[in-house]
Design a protein around this ligand. Structure first.
Ligand code: NAD
Length: 369
């Protein structure tokens, strides 16, 4: 079927191709059963791209990524390429994608499926049913601000400097994404900074407050980042969507990830600016790496990548019903007690990567009846 939706798949290295194989199973099912089709192209990134082209991402692949409606990536890296020069390292392919696509908004959901609530290090009742979204500014702030560096002082000491800097346009563009996504979810947005001690935080809070007038239906709150860290482990279900800067987002999204207890379950998305047609460049990928220790053994958990694909359906293609169906199928498979080794629990049924992919497809078919 003619699709008009261009999807570039970059499986990458290690378990990347294995988990992506299960996404392809889902894509094929949706094509055949839901009339949801994509023009799918596939290419290399990471170590495999270096082996083929002498670079962790070829220029031609980069061009395809810039033209695609969405890019879905597996994972990159592995022992084989560890001694390559810095610029040729597999991760540089991923960093180039993020940079050239100007992906300034990183979306990290932390969802706890009831069946896995016991895997969290927090008490089950604190996290069961958790569904929050952390939106982190990805291209500005203290990781990029100037001046930066280490200098020698006349007194023989050394000084390390990094600069936290945000211009209004950077705050406004991530703020808009946050308000828009809050509107597609529970309608509550918490903006996080340190306005009590940082001028960049004061500006962040002022700009978010101004933006709020464009989104009167959203409930906006403000919180200091240190309090947010505390609240995330005290009562995480109080949040719906959190938006914050690069540094605080780095810390808070990892903290939220651990509430879920499993790396193999965590999806992510990175979004860029909208063009005149409203289309945003977008990269979807699991949070985990290429897991060389289990690569090729049909043991990897494909659910993080499958859930990244569900995010793509929702955020790049407005296919909310299909995203719901897929997420509900994942929930149902877990409720039935099927587990890959990384999420195995007593009394549950241990299955392989491919069996997990097939189980999700079977469950979609059952739920769609
Ligand atoms: P990793 O995420 O690959 O693995 C950490 C641990 O989690 C391993 O024990 C692994 O077996 C397990 N794990 C990860 N994903 C899993 C899954 N889907 N199912 C079951 N178990 C899973 O991190 P690492 O070991 O620090 O790094 C391995 C390689 O991946 C390195 O080359 C690193 O640079 C690269 N890496 C890539 C990305 C990326 O592509 N986005 C992210 C992190 C690390």
């Amino acid at each position: 079927m003619a699709a008009n939706r261009n999807l570039l798949i970059l499986p990458g290295d290690g378990i990347g191709p294995e988990v992506m194989g299960e996404v392809k199973r889902v894509i094929n099912w949706m094509d055949g059963n839901r009339a949801v089709s994509f023009d799918v192209d596939e290419d290399l990134v990471g170590g495999c791209a270096y082996d083929a082209h002498g670079a962790p991402i070829a220029d031609a692949t980069m061009d395809k990524a810039l033209k695609a409606d969405a890019v879905l990536l597996g994972a990159v890296g592995g022992k084989k390429w560890e001694s390559l020069p810095f610029e040729d390292q597999p991760e540089r392919g991923l960093l180039r994608l993020r940079k050239d696509m100007e992906l300034f908004a990183n979306l990290r959901p932390a969802i706890v499926f009831d069946a896995l609530a016991e895997a969290s290090t927090l008490k089950t009742d604190l996290v069961a049913g958790l569904d929050i979204l952390i939106i982190r500014e990805l291209t500005g702030g203290v990781y990029f601000g100037e001046p930066r560096g280490i200098t020698d002082l006349p007194n023989g000491e050394r000084r390390g400097v990094n600069t936290q800097v945000y211009d209004t346009y950077e705050i406004v563009r991530i703020g808009r994404i946050a308000f828009e996504l809050a509107a597609k979810r529970g309608g509550r947005l918490c903006s996080v900074e340190k306005a009590n001690v940082m001028e960049s935080g004061v500006l962040w809070r002022e700009e978010m407050t101004k933006l709020h007038t464009d989104y009167p239906d959203i409930e906006l709150s403000h919180m200091y980042a240190d309090n947010c860290a505390m609240q995330l482990v005290r009562a995480p279900k109080q949040f719906d969507v959190i938006v914050t800067d690069n540094l605080f987002g780095d810390l808070l999204s990892d903290c939220a990830a651990m509430l879920t207890g499993s790396l193999g379950m965590l999806p992510s998305a990175s979004l860029g600016a909208a063009d005149e047609t409203g289309r945003r460049k977008a990269l979807y990928e699991p949070v985990h790496g290429s897991a060389p220790d289990i690569a090729g053994e049909n043991k990897a958990n494909p659910l993080a990548t499958i859930l990244s694909y569900a995010m793509m359906l929702r955020y790049s293609f407005d296919l909310g019903d299909e995203a719901d169906l897929l997420e509900n199928a994942v929930k149902s498979v877990l409720d039935k007690g099927l587990r890959t080794p990384d999420i195995m629990q007593d009394g549950k049924e241990l299955i392989s990567t491919t069996d997990m992919g097939q189980a999700v497809v079977d469950e979609m078919a059952a739920l769609a009846k």
